[in-house]
Design a protein around this ligand. Structure first.
Ligand SMILES: C=C1C[C@]23C[C@H]1CC[C@H]2[C@]1(C)CCC[C@@](C)(C(=O)O)[C@H]1[C@@H]3C(=O)O
Ligand code: AKG
Ligand code: FE2
Length: 401
């Protein structure tokens, strides 16, 4: 069943859906055709623009903060707050993640995605599930197919849980992937640790107790996504990843040296240039909903940071947080890769605003929900885009879930 938008009526497969299921995205073959299948051609208003001027994203050095320097921590949280006021993206360097671990993660991506399609499909991602191998989501969507292959798996920070990443990859791909699984297990553990540190900076930038969000995400159950974008013979007609806000809480992304990440800022698409030493960080819908909970803005920081909370709150009160909208473009000659770690709260955590923030002038913006509810919505009912949270909240309020 292919989904493109919320449909309350059950989807009865049509002949096109049947044909769609048999469209196989094997870039190694597709690349020899002068044209691309129509399902990969995006509407004119969403086609990549010829130019995308570079966006100068704040580059935040975490060395001092991570070594416990309180002045450096304040400065880093100030820069984070400024970025959140404008477009929700920032870069972090001296982040404490071993650069050899990052290099191995990229190398193992090449090994996996260069396998024959039949080998990759041993980890085939089933419809409605978010883990596994998918090539361009043929069979999942009926149009605007992304020009990419992905491998996604779940990471659990729960101390009691086993090595979820390593176990999953070993189970799905076989014993010869034992070290592959170890590298991504270590990578996800490093990402989780960095995410929790960044959550401290976000808490400080919003004037709340420094451990507020760290505690919320301590036992996170997150998603690791490997994005592999083969060269495309019509890069002006296709998109690697369509325009969207991440429905998750925080994204830590490492893009390779090819470049292709674009952010929609001040009504135009701007590119974020590759920087192998840095991770690109952006907040997602679930965190943005969290930020409206800021009731006890620290009076000392109030005048400095309350604008961040008000921007977040104001943006959410309008139902649209215009920042954090991004996409990935492809190119004619070079494969591009990105590793995206999506921080998500433990499944039983309820995302809901405290009553202090809700009054006659500030009515509830979103209903209570848990991340598994929003995840299921994006996997079974709605293709995540820039309106996910708004459509999801209507969906929940009409008791679809
Ligand atoms: C929860 C998720 C759904 C997606 C992967 C994570 C966070 C980002 C989402 C996504 C990348 C947003 C654009 C559309 C999407 C279908 C994609 O192009 O991959 C989304 C992911 C997904 O639903 O698989
Ligand atoms: O590949 C990229 O640079 C962006 C990918 C992305 O936005 C995503 O996977 O959510
Ligand atoms: Fe994204």
């Amino acid at each position: 069943m292919a989904i493109d938008c919320v449909s309350t009526m059950p989807h009865h497969p049509t002949p096109r859906d049947e044909e769609q299921k048999h469209l196989v995205f094997d870039a190694s073959l597709l690349n020899y055709h002068p044209h691309i299948p129509k399902q990969f051609i995006w509407p004119d208003h969403e086609k990549p623009s010829v130019t995308a001027p570079q966006l100068h994203v704040p580059l935040i050095d975490l060395r001092g903060f991570l070594s416990g320097d309180p002045v450096a921590a304040m400065e880093a949280s100030r820069l984070v707050g400024e970025a959140c006021q404008h477009h929700g993206f920032f870069l972090v360097v001296n982040h404490g993640v071993d650069d050899m671990l990052v290099a191995h993660a990229h190398a193992y991506m090449d090994n996996f995605f260069e396998l024959p399609l039949t080998d990759k499909q041993r980890a085939h991602r089933k419809l409605g599930e978010h883990c596994g191998y998918a090539s361009s989501f043929t069979g999942r969507f009926s149009s605007k197919l992304p020009w990419k292959e992905t491998l996604s798996f779940r990471y659990s920070a729960d101390k009691n849980s086993s090595k979820t990443v390593q176990d999953y990859l070993l189970h799905k791909l076989g014993d010869e992937f034992k070290h592959f699984g170890k590298v991504y297990q270590d990578y996800c553990e490093a990402m989780s640790k960095l995410s929790l540190a960044i959550m401290e900076l976000l808490a400080m930038s919003l004037g709340v107790r420094r451990s507020h969000f760290r505690e919320f995400f301590e036992e996170n159950e997150s998603i690791m996504r490997l994005n592999y974008y083969p060269p495309c013979q019509k890069p002006d007609l296709a998109l690697g990843t369509g325009p969207h806000c991440d429905p998750t809480s925080l994204t830590i992304l490492h893009q390779d040296r090819v470049g292709g990440l674009q952010v929609f800022v001040d009504d135009e698409w701007r590119s974020i240039s590759p920087n192998l030493e840095a991770f690109v960080v952006n907040i997602g819908d679930t965190f943005k909903v969290n930020t409206i909970f800021i009731s006890n803005i620290n009076p000392i920081l109030h005048n400095v940071y309350s604008t961040v909370a008000s921007v977040c709150f104001q943006a959410l009160a309008n139902g649209r947080y215009k920042s954090c909208l991004h996409r990935a473009v492809v190119n004619r000659h070079t494969t591009r890769k990105s590793l995206a770690f999506f921080l998500c709260p433990k499944g039983d955590k309820v995302v809901a605003p405290p009553t202090e923030l809700v009054d006659a002038n500030n009515p509830r913006v979103y209903p209570d929900f848990t991340w598994p509810m929003l995840l299921e919505f994006t996997q079974k009912h709605y293709r995540a885009d820039m309106n996910t949270l708004e459509v999801f909240s209507n969906w929940v309020q009409h008791s679809h879930i």
